[in-house]
Design a protein around this ligand. Structure first.
Ligand SMILES: *[C@@H]1O[C@H](CO)[C@@H](O)[C@H](O)[C@H]1NC(C)=O
Ligand SMILES: *[C@@H]1O[C@H](CO)[C@@H](O)[C@H](O)[C@H]1NC(C)=O
Ligand SMILES: *[C@@H]1O[C@H](CO)[C@@H](O)[C@H](O)[C@H]1NC(C)=O
Ligand SMILES: *[C@@H]1O[C@H](CO)[C@@H](O)[C@H](O)[C@H]1NC(C)=O
Ligand SMILES: *[C@@H]1O[C@H](CO)[C@@H](O)[C@H](O)[C@H]1NC(C)=O
Ligand SMILES: *[C@@H]1O[C@H](CO)[C@@H](O)[C@H](O)[C@H]1NC(C)=O
Length: 508
């Protein structure tokens, strides 16, 4: 009798412990929503107030100095998703798939999938095409085939009005009437609807990771025209330095060919490669970019309103930034802050709001998300290790807590951009691997940005630090727009040497 009682009590307590364990497991397995915006630079209230993103940021851990590893879609997206630098993926253009050319590296959605999550991709998460094997890395990364909005096939259709004729053009500036679009919609509206339907229909005990990639404010700046009315041209300010600064090395310049090729900009007959935008157009492009950003902000607000924030980790970021005429430059394709800096917001149920100014990198998203979900991330790669077992990013979770035991955490961001030549030519924006001869490596600390443009071997993927084609040093306490290159000033000699050593140590 006594023995029976002991066994009975044992069974009861074991099953209690087990059920608590299961409960705990269910509790920690939070859902994940990733919002990845295309070409969305870090915007401050000085540029435009984005009500929904600001509201989310105020409730979240918001990184004020987050930087992409390369200011180009495919390399940046593959870098974010694998937690590796472009140098480790050998991808600086659009034309290779890492699993088939470098190593069978896991992506973070793939690891979530392997840990019992259902994982979904909506819109543009991977860059479509060869760099994700024409499948967005399905089935490795995703439970279901990725969803793409059907109207994206009209992404480059001539639908933009002009004041001067009834013809429709392929303009850069393209506020539109949604009802008059082919299919009567826009890709991001379709992706929003698909995602909201997903939340409404979801009926599963499994946790999910949903990645929603919006296509705007990538050019053409095509968006519902009501958002243009929210940005009167009178409130738009010009860049402080709208021309190429004297000491900018020419290798740092890119001719923003994709912007020039739009019908409205071609009409301006801007000389190649150094001609700059007429001031009136500078303001108009800034206005339309802000309006397109407001459009996306509106979609973000609508998407978030369907999310249970008590049980969902939300991450909002972008693949890279976009120059809006600073130093005479437009678009991405460079190592300047405006092309590399992105919003990075983590809304985590258990984390109080915090604003963090430590420079961080987009490769950090991978281990941070896994750590938040209590899944052990791969180790940090040491030296030149490039095996499937390690990644380049570091978890940002220590920065999110108030205790300051993160003093040994890396406090700078490294980025890179390739060039075919010192003098800007028509493929300087997007050189193919076979044409790359120079690589610009850039390190950003809280105060400085320091960049070295060095000879690069595109078959060995190696660099020659002794062959320099340009050096840049900008002091952000004096010059936020990075238009005063201090590389040759005696006063900064020590700073320059220190940053050079740090950069070379972390790139090689
Ligand atoms: C690559 O990794 C995936 C997922 O981990 C695995 O299914 C596949 O077999 C691997 N491929 C090779 C060639 O090792
Ligand atoms: C990528 O696609 C090609 C062609 O469909 C296929 O042969 C190859 O196995 C794919 N790579 C991986 C890693 O699945
Ligand atoms: C464009 O500019 C070039 C010189 O910069 C000039 O020769 C040409 O006439 C201009 N074309 C138009 C259509 O303005
Ligand atoms: C989320 O949590 C907050 C604070 O604990 C609570 O006030 C709110 O009702 C919860 N919302 C949902 C949807 O459970
Ligand atoms: C770039 O310039 C080369 C040589 O001048 C020319 O052959 C090529 O068609 C140009 N490419 C583009 C995309 O304009
Ligand atoms: C790259 O390095 C390899 C091996 O050292 C060499 O054969 C090749 O010529 C180099 N390429 C260039 C463009 O220097």
């Amino acid at each position: 009798m006594k023995l029976y009682l002991v066994i009975y009590i044992c069974i009861i307590s074991i099953s209690k412990i087990l059920s608590q364990d299961v409960q705990k497991k269910n509790q920690v397995k939070r859902n994940i929503l990733i919002i990845l915006i295309d070409d969305m630079r870090h915007l401050t209230d000085k540029n435009i107030f984005l009500p929904n993103i600001q509201k989310l940021a105020a409730k979240s851990v918001a990184f004020q100095n987050a930087f992409a590893q390369q200011a180009l879609c495919a390399p940046s997206r593959n870098s974010i998703l694998t937690g590796r630098r472009p140098d480790k993926l050998h991808l600086y253009d659009f034309y290779s798939y890492w699993r088939d050319t470098v190593g069978n590296f896991s992506t973070f959605p793939q690891i979530f999938k392997e840990h019992g999550y259902d994982t979904y991709s909506v819109g543009k998460i991977f860059h479509p095409g060869l760099s994700s094997n024409f499948t967005d890395d399905f089935p490795y990364s995703w439970t279901e085939e990725p969803y793409h909005p059907a109207s994206q096939k009209y992404k480059d259709a001539a639908v933009c009005k002009s004041k001067h004729s009834n013809k429709l053009y392929k303009n850069l500036l393209c506020p539109i009437n949604v009802n008059k679009q082919p299919d009567g919609t826009l890709p991001d509206l379709e992706s929003l609807k698909y995602s909201i339907d997903f939340f409404k229909k979801r009926n599963s005990n499994k946790p999910f990771l949903l990645a929603v990639g919006f296509h705007k404010p990538h050019i053409p700046l095509k968006y519902p025209h009501k958002f243009l009315r929210k940005v009167p041209i009178g409130v738009v300010t010009p860049p402080i330095m709208p021309d190429m600064p004297k000491k900018m090395p020419t290798v740092a310049w890119h001719p923003w060919t994709d912007v020039r090729q739009r019908d409205d900009i071609t009409n301006l007959n801007i000389s190649f490669p150094f001609g700059t935008m007429p001031p009136k157009w500078t303001l108009k492009i800034r206005q339309n970019y802000y309006a397109a950003a407001l459009y996306i902000d509106d979609l973000v607000g609508k998407l978030i309103s369907h999310v249970d924030l008590n049980n969902t980790i939300v991450v909002l970021t972008s693949d890279h930034g976009w120059s809006l005429g600073e130093n005479g430059l437009w678009a991405k394709y460079s190592n300047f802050d405006v092309a590399l800096r992105v919003p990075l917001i983590f809304k985590v149920p258990s984390k109080p709001p915090k604003s963090i100014s430590t420079p961080v990198e987009l490769i950090d998203v991978f281990p941070t998300l896994l750590t938040l979900a209590e899944i052990k991330p791969p180790n940090h790669c040491k030296n030149n290790d490039n095996t499937v077992k390690c990644i380049d990013g570091k978890s940002l979770v220590p920065l999110m807590s108030d205790k300051s035991h993160f003093s040994n955490l890396i406090k700078f961001a490294i980025s890179q951009y390739p060039r075919p030549s010192v003098h800007p030519v028509n493929n300087s924006d997007k050189p193919r691997l076979r044409d790359i001869k120079i690589m610009g490596y850039s390190i950003r600390t809280k105060r400085y940005r320091y960049t070295e443009w060095v000879e690069f071997n595109n078959t060995m993927f190696s660099r020659n630090w002794n062959k320099l084609y340009g050096v840049e040093l900008y002091d952000h306490t004096l010059d936020e727009e990075e238009s005063n290159n201090l590389y040759d000033e005696n006063k900064y000699k020590n700073v320059k040497n220190k940053l050079s050593n740090l950069l070379r140590l972390h790139v090689d």
